[in-house]
Structure formats: C-alpha cells, structure tokens
Design a protein around this ligand. Sequence first.
Ligand SMILES: Nc1ncnc2c1ncn2[C@@H]1O[C@H](COP(=O)(O)OP(=O)(O)OP(=O)(O)O)[C@@H](O)[C@H]1O
Length: 249
Amino acid sequence: MREKVIEISNLKKSFGDLHVLRGVDMELYRGENLVVLGRSGTGKSVLIKIVVGLLYQDEGSCKVLGQEVEALPLKELNKLRLKIGFSFQNSALYDSMTVRENLEFPLTRNVKNLTKAERDKRVEDVLDGVGLLATINQMPSELSGGQRKRIGIARTLILNPEIMLYDEPTAGLDPITCVEINNLINQVNERYHTSSIIITHDLTCAKMTGDRVVILLDGIFSSQGTFEEVFRSEDPRIKSFYDYNFINT
Ligand SMILES: Nc1ncnc2c1ncn2[C@@H]1O[C@H](COP(=O)(O)OP(=O)(O)OP(=O)(O)O)[C@@H](O)[C@H]1O
C-alpha cells in the first residue's frame, strides 16, 4: 500500500462566524503531486498553514510524516518544518544578496558543520536542478520573474525536503513561463523524490502537474480524482470554475 505522507481527517477551522474548513479529508501519498484547486478565500492557505503548524484546527486531525502536528512541541515542530519546503507566491528572494548567497542562507541557518566545499556543492546541485547554474553570481534584480521563481524553488530544495508546498506557482507569469514552471514541478518530484501539494487556480497548471486534483468548495473537498475525472462533474460550481478559467486564460 502507498505510504501517506500527509493525512488529514475531518479538519474544521472557523474564524468567528466564518466557517472556512468544514470537515476536510485529504491524503498526500509519497511521490505524488496533489493539486488543491479553489476560488479565492476558500481556505487553501488556511489548510497549508495548519499543515506547517502556523495555525491550529478547531477539530479533526492533521498528520504529517506520521506526526500529529498540533501535538508537537515547538522544537519537534521546527524539525518537521525542515522536511517541508514552502515555495511562496512571490519567491521572496533577498534583493541585496546574490543567487549563491540567497541559497546559502537557509543552509548556514539550519545545517551545522558543513564545509565550504559541501555548501558549494549543495548550492550548485540545486541550481543545476532548476536549470540556472549560470546565474549563480547574479543579483535577483537581474533575473526574470520565471527565473526568480526557479531560484525560489531551488532555495526550498536545498534543505532536502520530503514534502514541497507550492502556493500559486504560476501566478503572474506569462503562459510559456507557466509551462516551464509546471514542467519543473514535475521534474523536482522525479529528481528529488519529493511529494508535493500545489495550490492554484490555474487549470493548466492543475492539468500538467496533478497526479490527483481536489477542489475545495464550501469548506470541504467536494471532488477528487484525476483532472479529467474531476472536471467531468455535472456540479455547476465545478463547471463554472472550469468555464471561467478557460474563458479567461
Ligand atoms: N488569521 C485569520 N484570521 C481571520 N480570518 C482569517 C485568517 N486567515 C484566513 N482568514 C479568512 O479565511 C478565509 C480563507 O482564507 P485563505 O487565505 O485560506 O484563502 P485562499 O483560498 O488561500 O485564497 P487566495 O486564493 O485568495 O489566496 C478568508 O475569508 C480569510 O479572510
């Protein structure tokens, strides 16, 4: 049986009268790409924050790599977080540092006793992994949006995470660069043996990257399956999501 790296059951989260998550069930299996689709404000970020222990659920269970996240003391939680790579929407590179320095930063903070040669090798390996070794001495301001996104992904990979979380990986990119990023997401899983959750409203991204797709609607996952299975649905909320995306892209 396939190993579950994330196991969420009956997860509920409200903010006052706003019931954002109303009983979410979800699994991420080792090695897969799981796409989480949903309109703005449906609770995708809240879900991810619960996965990394930045928010706590009101009810239900969220296990990551076999550990109940809300039960972990801070020290253990921090150890778990090192196994989860979080690729932010805006890449969040440090503008005053070169690409090399941006990549060294999480290493020097989190991995003790690395020699300079070992550090250099890790930096060069992940840059090669995202196809941007040639930019090693450049500043972020000299890179395109797509390149910055790649470097952001490389910086996440440098700590050898087991799980990757991509938050809107294609937001703000032109269609060709979107396709390149989608391909990179697939290559990352193959090369680094990661398991990934991809949060998006971009259906092309969902189609290209998702081994499985889930749609968050009204606080629960109302549909799960391959892209084709999910969008075969007659549910008008799913159909309108599909129509809107393809009319507007
Ligand atoms: N800490 C918080 N306190 C109060 N309300 C919150 C908090 N975090 C999120 N919310 C609310 O929960 C709802 C879901 O927010 P969330 O950020 O998860 O949406 P999302 O699906 O990620 O949207 P988007 O695609 O626009 O990023 C929103 O109405 C938001 O205002």
